[in-house]
Write a protein that binds this ligand. Structure first.
Ligand code: GDP
Ligand code: MG
Length: 439
């Protein structure tokens, strides 16, 4: 685990406020190892380390983090900058019907991915149309036809004697007639990249003007996948990549390298042979799995949202005096929302997870957003003295926050429950409760 390794490297540094060049250097050796172990291209790793180093030099170590964690944070920030944090979806813009062209080497998973995309497009209410354009292997046309039958999605009746460009051109007209809006072009592959193949793909592209060109690359081939992506991108200017066979023991480094070298996003990953085993790719999740630092990242997020110690003390005082206003309640909710579930938070307060009232107070994401909106719609007076919130005020607050009166009622009920709890705990003594309640 990288973060553990980094922590031991940085042990010596404890107590110092700044990251020094020597310490960073040592820590980054570990990061580099982790990247290479994950099968990240060595050039990508090298550039990456250089940019982390620049950023880390002279940085203050956040009070709540160890230097090792701080480096992990910088590494993560840089990874996010490199990979992007959001999933990028298919580009389906343009005059209907639009075309998605799947390209890649033989055996990379094009035909399977074509079927998988048909399934997911249909789920989104689209009408896909399958086009077998691999005329060199008779079995290839048959394979897609079978998939189409299985899924009940129309397939263009290609035959091996036709020219692939011609197939794609005619298929567009046929798809339109069939009332379909999205063509999926399953093109031919070769075992290796060659001129003739690229020529053919370029001709298809120029003819159909696809709104999306997806390269399907086998994640199991590691570094090769990176070179393949580079070649296909040079020839075709691809729109994105599907990394297939991520269910194998692929270590994910290929994804990082592909994005870094081609600048093109990984849009989906294939996680099995079945047609529902295609997932949108989330770069942030890959980043943490490569570096094995999921836990640290959670911790860092928590640390980032830490309210100053002074504020914690202030809250503790308020709690002791049972002066926990609706405004404080909202601030807590905002903190909670930043951190994850209320249950998690409660789990962090010693002894608190056992308290029955809290257990029943499951609050979901939407609920938290609502709570925030409702309290924002209250006047300052209402926030400090909830007792004045009568029926007509409740109506006004509901209207102002775009919620229903029932929502306002429920919030006030929850709040009074918490207040009751606080009063009860105050009687029983609750050292450190306020501080524990903060992230
Ligand atoms: P094509 O030659 O590029 O059209 O490749 P195919 O779609 O025919 O796939 C080649 C092989 O890879 C088939 O046996 C597929 O079942 C398998 N395959 C494709 N995608 C995946 C995946 O995401 N995971 C696994 N485990 N196998 C896959
Ligand atoms: Mg195929």
């Amino acid at each position: 685990n990288l973060s553990a390794r980094l922590d031991s490297v940085f042990k010596k540094l404890k107590g110092h406020g700044k990251l020094t060049e020597k310490n960073i250097e040592e820590g980054l050796k570990e990061v580099r190892m982790a990247l290479l172990e994950a099968d990240v291209h060595y050039k990508v790793a090298k550039n990456f380390i250089a940019s982390v180093k620049t950023r880390a030099l002279g940085q203050e170590v956040m009070r709540s983090l160890t230097p090792g964690q701080q480096v992990v944070k910088i590494v993560n920030d840089e990874l996010t900058a490199l990979m992007g944090s959001q999933n990028e979806s298919l580009n389906l813009s343009g005059p209907k019907p639009v075309s998605v062209m799947l390209v890649g080497l033989q055996g990379s998973g094009k035909t399977t991915t074509t079927g998988k995309l048909a399934v997911s497009l249909r789920k989104e209410g689209k009408k896909p149309y399958l086009v077998p354009a691999d005329v060199y292997r008779p079995a290839a046309i048959e394979q897609l036809r079978t998939l189409g039958e299985q899924l009940d999605v129309p397939v263009y009746p290609s035959d091996g004697d036709m020219d692939p460009v011609e197939i794609c051109r005619k298929a567009r007209i046929a798809a339109q007639k069939a009332g379909c809006d999205t063509l999926l072009l399953d093109t031919a592959g070769r075992l290796h990249i060659d001129e003739a193949l690229m020529d053919e793909l370029v001709r298809i592209r120029d003819e159909v003007q696809p709104s999306e060109i997806l390269l399907v690359a086998d994640a199991m081939t590691g570094q090769d996948a990176v070179n393949i992506a580079e070649s296909f991108d040079k020839a075709l200017d691809i729109g994105g990549v599907v990394l297939s066979k991520m269910d194998g023991d692929a270590r994910g480094g290929a994804a990082l390298s592909i994005k870094s070298i081609t600048g093109k996003p990984i849009k989906f990953i294939g996680v099995g042979e079945k047609l529902n085993q295609l997932e949108p790719f989330h770069p942030d999740r890959l980043a943490s799995s490569i570096l094995g630092m999921g836990d640290v990242l959670t911790l860092i997020e928590k640390a980032q949202s830490v309210i100053d110690e002074e504020k914690a003390v202030e809250l503790e005082k308020k709690l002791r005096k049972s002066q926990f206003s609706l405004e404080d309640f909202r601030d807590q909710m905002v903190q909670i929302r930043k951190m994850g579930s209320l249950k998690d938070l409660l789990g962090m307060i010693p002894g608190m997870s056992k308290v029955k009232q809290f257990k029943n107070m499951e609050v979901d994401e939407n609920e938290l957003v609502r709570i925030e909106a409702i309290i924002n719609s209250m006047t300052p007076k209402e926030r400090t003295n909830h007792a004045i919130i009568n029926g007509s005020r409740r109506k006004r607050i509901a209207r102002g926050s775009g919620t229903r009166v029932q929502d306002v009622n429920r919030l006030l009920k929850n709040y009074t429950q918490v207040m009751k709890m606080i009063k009860k705990l105050n009687k029983g003594g609750m050292r450190g409760f306020g501080r524990g309640m903060l992230p």
